[in-house]
Design a protein around this ligand. Structure first.
Ligand code: SF4
Ligand code: SF4
Ligand code: SF4
Length: 271
């Protein structure tokens, strides 16, 4: 089995790494994984501007990793071209998967209001849009979450494609990794607004290990898992209001369609 069409298993997958509106942190993470030289020997980077100025945009590739949200008309045009030229498309990082922190005003301010709040009367030489995740515009095959994604997950995705299989998403929350790491629970013990119960695992509870509550950068765990009911209800039991949880979750999850149903399930519709 191979991800490369018409290949007998000897040829190298063609890979593209692209950035829409973003901080370029996800690409930087990919470019600096410790095994980047081994990866570069195993695949052909047709497009990865951070590594090579010989990159093309778009290029015909087997796998495209797309970082960033759609925040301008140019982003949208590029994304549609990338999709047309890619067999597999992976949303790389929180901006691409969930719209990122630049989506915070979704549903609260429209683009014009947001623009004037930030830039006043100044003009810019592009057509801006309210930031959206790439899945609003094209079919996405796989989601690699995180801000930025974790090195072991990047390697897992690339290895899976190289072996001709496909990456499995995680469906359990940060809390499970937090307990394995032996951290005291700052939600239960200190009443801190930690979003670990409703956030997808994979970061080994990094923030909590530094005594900082999780702010949900990896996006929501599927909320019909067995974990959800028992742990998420702790927000209510600890006196954290629906508004506080909503506000914190919107920082990385303003486009999350599960957010309001999830809050309703926790708070029973009473604000
Ligand atoms: S997900 Fe985070 S690291 Fe990646 S581009 Fe967006 S802001 Fe930067
Ligand atoms: S709520 Fe936060 S601190 Fe408590 S177990 Fe979950 S991730 Fe860890
Ligand atoms: S603990 Fe939460 S905010 Fe911190 S890296 Fe993990 S998912 Fe992101």
């Amino acid at each position: 089995m191979t991800i490369i069409e018409g290949c007998d298993g000897e040829c190298r997958p063609r890979v593209g790494v692209y950035a829409l509106t973003s901080c370029y942190g996800c690409q930087l993470k990919l470019a600096t994984v410790q095994k980047i030289l081994e990866i570069a020997n195993a695949v052909t980077f047709e497009s990865f501007y951070m590594l090579s100025s010989a990159s093309k945009m778009p290029a015909d590739v087997d796998v495209a990793f797309v970082e960033g949200s759609v925040s301008t008309e140019k982003d949208l045009e590029e994304l549609l071209e990338i999709r047309k030229h890619s067999r597999i498309l992976v949303a790389l990082g929180a901006c691409s998967v969930n719209g990122g922190v630049q989506s915070w005003a979704e549903g609260e301010l429209d683009y014009e209001e947001l623009y004037s709040k930030v830039y006043g009367e100044s003009k810019i030489d592009m057509k801006g849009l309210q930031a959206t995740p790439i899945s609003k515009h094209v079919e996405v095959d796989y989601y690699l979450p995180g801000c930025p994604p974790e090195e072991d997950e990047i390697l897992y995705f690339i290895s899976a494609f190289l072996f001709g299989t496909f990456p499995e998403p995680k469906d359990y929350p940060v809390c499970s990794e937090c307990r394995l790491a032996g951290n005291p629970c700052i939600l239960i013990e200190r009443g801190e607004p930690c979003l670990g119960p409703v956030t997808t695992a994979g970061c080994k509870a990094r923030c909590i290990s530094f005594n900082v509550p999780c702010i949900g950068c990896r996006g929501p765990v599927p909320h019909d898992t067995a974990w959800f009911d028992s742990l998420a209800l702790t927000f209510k039991n600890k006196g954290l209001s629906e508004e506080i949880v909503r506000h914190r979750f919107r920082i990385f999850g303003a486009h999350n369609p599960n957010l309001e149903p999830m809050l309703k399930k926790i708070y029973g519709g009473n604000k």
